[in-house]
Ligand binder design. Structure first.
Ligand SMILES: *Cc1c(COP(=O)(O)O)cnc(C)c1O
Length: 485
């Protein structure tokens, strides 16, 4: 038997490389990431692709080892380039992503040391550090003592966790789901609707509260809906406010909503996945005023703090409620239940074993300091205003009201022809060009462009590039039209 064990060990020895083998991999990896970063300004924000990419679906996973050089070449040439380039500052579609290099360094450390970050008794340093980050966020929001939260993989999961917490706090039984009412708007992110379904609340009533002309929930209408529902024997349960909607960047009147939710004893949740970290700026603080009245909120560090994808935060005013919703009992976990008075992520989320994802936020925050993030966010707010002003000066462009944060809508207004069709063509030609990436939406049944500024690499240069490209493509469109006439 020992002989067999030794043979198995020998055959698996590559899994634990020697220092020389490690260095070789590290060098090749950083050589690639250096090539990537050094060429970023020349890279496209979008690279078109066809169905040949789907060959990856049948990529053989073989018994035999492959060469690291070949694997990195595959990553560099085939896997990473097609589609959107979130590392590019010219990505201004959807909600732009981040990708701080310091986070990559932190991930590297977290993966190699691999602390068991879900449980305090296993990795007290990791758990304390993540709790500290959560407290930094609860303080940013203005939550009182007794608040807490969890670092999740993203905003969708964080919103789901919030909804489960609100459900458990209200003690909703499955037979009562159909009578529960959720108040939201048509601009609420779709992950909230999905979270309701996943949380077993599929049959609850979704009451879409009317919005003002700038896509903000109307508090008076909210109150009316609640009273009407109650009079009809329904149970108002949850209000979801948005601090920066994905589509239009609208911030609901959080203070007014908070008061109403409080008066009517409803759970008040704020989805601030996109807009939350603008709280670091003076302007954002004013706009998000009232967020401190919420029972729970979601903020995405992988949006507003430029961290690579994989980090969304949930904060809850009364952390006990989050713990109550995730209570569990397991004999093999008894060792972890020592009374140290500190919640572990495993007590506050559906996760047990988890990546030490706090490190990828902690390292850049400490390394660069909050001021750098505040300035970057102020820059984004100003860049959006600048782009909005410049587009407003164009006579053949129609622009939505001034951005509340860093997102707004606009479209080309042709003197004749089908505006929707022409804007679609315009968008296609911008996408094909690839120097700038923009996404689109519909407003009052019309095709609209969206500009979303949030990448830490978006500066005046990229906004000007977009403005120039937009004019260029409008001219091309006009020329083509003239020829066909
Ligand atoms: C991005 C976003 C979400 C979803 O978060 P993910 O991190 O993508 O899962 C939810 N709400 C809002 C307002 C968002 O912008």
């Amino acid at each position: 038997m020992k002989k067999k064990i030794r043979k198995n060990r020998e055959e698996a020895s590559s899994l634990d490389p020697t220092k020389e083998e490690r260095k070789r991999i590290e060098k090749l990896v950083t050589a690639y990431t250096d090539r990537f970063l050094e060429s970023l300004s020349a890279q496209k924000a979008y690279t078109p692709f066809d169905s040949s990419i789907n060959e990856l679906l049948d990529e053989p996973i073989e018994e035999e080892p492959a060469k690291i050089e070949e694997l990195i070449r595959d990553i560099e040439e085939r896997i990473i380039p097609p589609g959107i380039n979130p590392a590019s500052g010219a990505h201004m579609g959807y909600i732009p992503g981040g990708g701080l290099v310091a986070s990559a360094a932190a991930d590297y450390i977290a993966a190699i040391t691999n602390p068991y970050a879900g449980v305090y008794s296993s990795a007290p340093g990791a758990v304390c550090l993540e709790s500290r980050l959560i407290r930094w966020m609860t303080e940013l929001l203005g939550y009182p003592d007794g608040s807490g939260g969890n670092l999740a993989s993203g905003g969708s999961i964080a919103n789901l966790t919030a909804i489960v917490t609100a459900r458990e706090d209200a003690g909703i039984r499955s037979k009562d789901v159909a009578g529960q009412v959720v108040y939201l708007t048509r601009q609420t992110h779709h992950c909230v609707d999905r979270a309701l379904n996943i949380a077993g609340m599929r049959e609850c009533v979704r009451r879409y509260v009317p919005m003002d002309s700038r896509f903000r929930m109307k508090p008076g209408d909210l109150e009316e809906c609640i009273e009407k529902d109650r009079a009809e024997g329904l149970t108002p349960w949850l209000v979801v406010g948005s601090a920066g909607t994905t589509n239009t960047g609208a911030v609901d009147p959080l203070r007014d909503i908070g008061k109403i939710a409080g008066n009517h004893h409803l759970w008040f949740h704020v989805d601030a996945a996109y807009g939350g970290f603008f709280l670091l700026t003076e302007e954002g603080k004013k706009k998000l005023n009232g967020i401190e009245m919420s029972d729970s909120a979601v903020l995405d560090p992988h949006k507003g703090l430029f961290i690579p994808y994989g980090l969304g935060a949930l904060v809850v005013r009364e952390v006990e409620k989050l713990a109550y919703a995730h209570r569990y009992q397991a004999d093999y976990m008894l060792d972890t239940k020592t009374d140290h008075g500190i919640y572990s992520p495993a007590d506050l989320s559906p996760e047990l074993s988890k990546h030490f994802r706090g490190l990828r936020l902690w390292l850049p925050l400490k390394l660069y300091g909050i001021q750098a993030f505040r300035s970057a966010l102020d820059e984004k707010l100003l860049l959006a205003k600048y782009a909005w002003k410049r587009l407003n000066e164009m006579e053949d462009v129609e622009v939505s009201p001034e951005p509340q944060l860093s997102i707004f809508m606009f479209r080309y207004k042709p003197s004749d022809g089908d505006a929707d069709e022409l804007n679609k063509q315009l968008h296609q030609s911008i996408i094909r060009d690839g120097r700038v990436f923009l996404s689109t939406t519909r407003h009052n049944g019309h095709f609209m462009f969206r500009l979303a500024v949030l990448s830490f690499r978006t500066h005046l240069e990229q906004i000007d590039r977009f403005l120039t490209l937009f004019r260029e493509k409008i001219s091309e469109l006009n020329d083509a039209e003239r020829k066909t006439q």
